[in-house]
Write a protein that binds this ligand. Structure first.
Ligand SMILES: Cc1cc2nc3c(=O)[nH]c(=O)nc-3n(C[C@H](O)[C@H](O)[C@H](O)COP(=O)(O)OP(=O)(O)OC[C@H]3O[C@@H](n4cnc5c(N)ncnc54)[C@H](O)[C@@H]3O)c2cc1C
Length: 387
């Protein structure tokens, strides 16, 4: 029944998939290239499909404990003066309070807790090669060992190694949208311990939020051509170049960033490939369906994908030839729609000029009025696809 399944990547999709596969009596094994799951990323809004999957996993209480009860997001100018206020309470109300704010790493921690005692997980490792056969997949590891699995599922994110090995180079599938995003965690040097601010200038924006442990999470987003930045230092240098003259408290954040070991930096890209599977190997999450880092639903849709694939495998008694296409048929039309919405959202997240910033501030003032809120709900992909 194809029970031995290797999952490559213990991120949001991989951990969710491991949970559902073991629940459906498969034998999943996880491998993860990071040494642990301690990186936190930035504050995410968690709602829609992911929320529904979390409810089915009975982890809403644990997620509630991680929730930051933020009351408002203030949009400020270069003097720190408030231009508009987004009521987080109204935002949550619009989502029927089926919404949490927490760090991406908080979600990962809660998901990990659900499987850590039942699913074998090996950190600090990665596949180096994979050979698909009629009845198995042979996987080679860096220590030259090799193991056989019935199926392999790549949940190794936007730069998926599983996809690279079997489908070829990322450039064939990457649609770079012309933005970069970076998340950094520093000490909180502000008086305001409940800070949640966004500051926009043409082609760039900075959002900061106070997080537990007297720390500050900062998200930088900027419009740019593609850069060849690889090392930590190159990323710091690029961020300093782009944001140095921005004013407000940004220079202070940049200085603190240089002392911080936590930096997540990536291009804002979408992944488009078809089909999402090849022989006994399938892909889930950003590896095949990336919406972008600015879409606000990457984690949620990754959980939805994992749940749908596990359910299809269960219903097909492990027959991947039935389950893989059924999973893709269910999810892909939604992903395509949301990829288009995410492209539009990216340009309002990082407005091009002062007029667009003015429009954004105006929209924030009216967004909870009936006509506007349904547009907004659609833009952020609030509708769940989970039955
Ligand atoms: C450290 C980190 C911080 C992030 N922070 C943010 C954020 O603040 N805001 C945001 O919107 N999105 C963030 N993202 C991306 C976001 O979490 C994903 O878009 C979303 O969760 C989709 O989930 P995924 O499981 O498909 O991919 P991811 O959550 O990216 O998970 C992929 C997993 O695969 C692992 N992996 C990668 N390559 C290999 C390999 N060769 N072998 C084994 N494992 C591998 C990665 O380490 C990771 O654990 C972050 C991702 C990571 C890894």
């Amino acid at each position: 029944m194809n029970t031995n399944i290797l999952i490559s990547g213990a991120g949001i999709a991989g951990l969710t998939l491991a949970y559902w596969l073991q629940k459906f009596n498969f034998n999943p094994t996880l491998i993860e290239k990071r040494p642990n799951l301690k990186e936190e990323g930035f504050m995410i809004d968690f709602y829609g499909s992911g929320f529904d999957v979390a409810e089915k996993m009975h982890i809403l209480e644990q997620l509630q404990a991680k929730h930051y009860p933020v009351s408002e997001l203030k949009f400020v100018n270069s003097q720190g003066k408030t231009q508009s206020i987004l009521s987080v309470e109204n935002f949550r109300k619009m989502l029927d309070f089926r919404h949490f704010n927490f760090m991406r790493g908080d979600l990962e921690t809660v998901l990990y807790e659900t499987i850590k005692n039942t699913v074998p997980i090996q950190f600090n490792t990665s596949m180096v090669q994979m050979h698909t056969h009629n009845d198995k997949v042979e996987v080679e590891f860096p220590d030259s060992s090799s193991r056989e699995y019935d199926l392999v599922i790549g949940t190794d994110g936007i730069h998926s190694q599983t996809r690279n090995i079997l489908w070829g180079s990322e450039s064939q599938f990457e649609n770079f949208l012309g933005y970069y995003v970076a998340c950094v965690i520093t000490e909180n040097f502000l008086e305001d311990k409940d800070a949640f601010y966004t500051y926009m200038k043409p082609k760039k924006q900075v959002t900061i939020c106070s997080i537990r442990g007297n720390r500050l999470g900062t998200l930088f987003a900027f419009k740019s051509e593609k850069h060849d930045v690889r090392t930590h230092q190159q990323k710091l240098d690029l961020l300093s170049d782009v944001f140095d003259q921005m004013g407000w408290i940004v220079p202070k954040i940049l200085a603190a960033m240089k002392r911080s070991p936590h930096l997540y930096f990536d291009a804002v890209s979408q992944i488009k490939l078809n089909p999402w599977y090849k022989d006994r190997v399938g892909l889930v999450g950003d590896a095949c369906q990336c919406l972008t880092l600015l879409a606000g639903q990457g984690a949620s849709m990754a959980m939805a994908g994992a749940y749908i694939l596990a359910t299809e495998l269960f219903q097909a008694y492990g027959n991947y030839q039935v389950a893989f296409p059924a999973y893709q048929a269910q999810l892909q039309p939604e992903i395509e729609k949301r990829q288009i919405q995410a492209q539009k959202l990216a340009s309002s997240f990082v407005p091009d000029n002062y007029f667009s910033i003015w429009i954004t501030n105006l929209f924030i003032k009216f967004m909870f009025l009936p006509g506007f809120s349904s547009i907004f709900r659609q833009q952020i992909g609030a509708k769940s696809i989970i039955k």
